[in-house]
Design a binder for this molecule. Structure first.
Ligand SMILES: [Zn+2]
Ligand SMILES: [Zn+2]
Ligand SMILES: [Zn+2]
Length: 227
């Protein structure tokens, strides 16, 4: 009776086969120690169903070596496959196992994301993971492009977070013409649109200063920008 490979990948080198066999041995031993109602074949079959890459079984084995209680602690640490395997083992009849719980909401959801502090500054809580909903909530902050306090979708690590509405094109009020337009560049005075940059490639020129001063006093420009 043939059975599917334990990972979606057939080891070709002896070293790779050994690494895989070692990982399997650790996983089977750890699982059957806390869930004696399962046998080794059931554990291997469960692993077959949840492993998606060749690295997952060795990573899980490494985590189980360091954290022998990982299957019962519910701690939000370790590789994502841990939660998938615990669910699969429970479906196979294992009692006493605990699915890792999200540190943000406490749900036994799949913890695909690194845990971040809930203030949108992108700081990670080392080693911990969280669910998609909590990860999204942790990404709330001030958009650096439109200034709204809202869900941030990118740019956080660069220190220039932006919201979904501002994704793609960075828009801002041009400091020369005052229109809300895509930003072509940012000078000492602030962002400029492409039209104003073409008109005056030099930053801080008299033309730019005059236009800026005219706008700030709400008076119309008295002279057209110098060519
Ligand atoms: Zn959560
Ligand atoms: Zn925005
Ligand atoms: Zn402009």
């Amino acid at each position: 009776m043939s059975r599917p490979p334990t990972v979606p990948w057939t080891p070709t080198s002896a070293a790779a086969r050994q690494r895989q066999a070692d990982a399997l041995a650790v996983i089977v031993a750890t699982v059957t120690a806390v869930a004696p109602q399962l046998d080794a074949e059931q554990v291997r079959a469960a692993l077959d169903r949840v492993a998606r890459t060749r690295q997952e079984a060795p990573r899980l084995a490494e985590h189980l070596r360091a954290h022998p209680d990982a299957l019962v602690s519910g701690a939000p640490i370790g590789p994502v496959i841990l939660g998938r395997l615990v669910r699969e083992l429970q479906a196979a009849g294992a009692a006493g196992l605990v699915v890792p719980r999200c540190p943000g909401c406490g749900r036994a959801a799949e913890l695909r994301h690194p845990r971040k502090q809930p203030d949108g500054d992108g700081t990670r809580v080392e080693g911990e993971r969280m669910c998609g909903s909590c990860f999204a909530r942790s990404q709330v902050g001030r958009c650096s492009r439109c200034g709204r306090h809202t869900q941030l979708v990118g740019g956080i690590r660069r220190g220039e977070p932006y919201c979904a509405a501002c994704r793609g094109t960075r828009r801002a009020t041009c400091t020369v013409c005052g229109r809300h337009r895509p930003v072509a560049d940012t000078q000492a005075g602030g962002p400029r649109c492409s039209t104003c940059r073409r008109r005056d490639p030099r930053p801080g020129s008299p033309a730019a200063a005059a236009a800026s001063a005219a706008r700030s006093t709400s008076a119309p420009p008295t002279a057209p920008p110098a060519a």
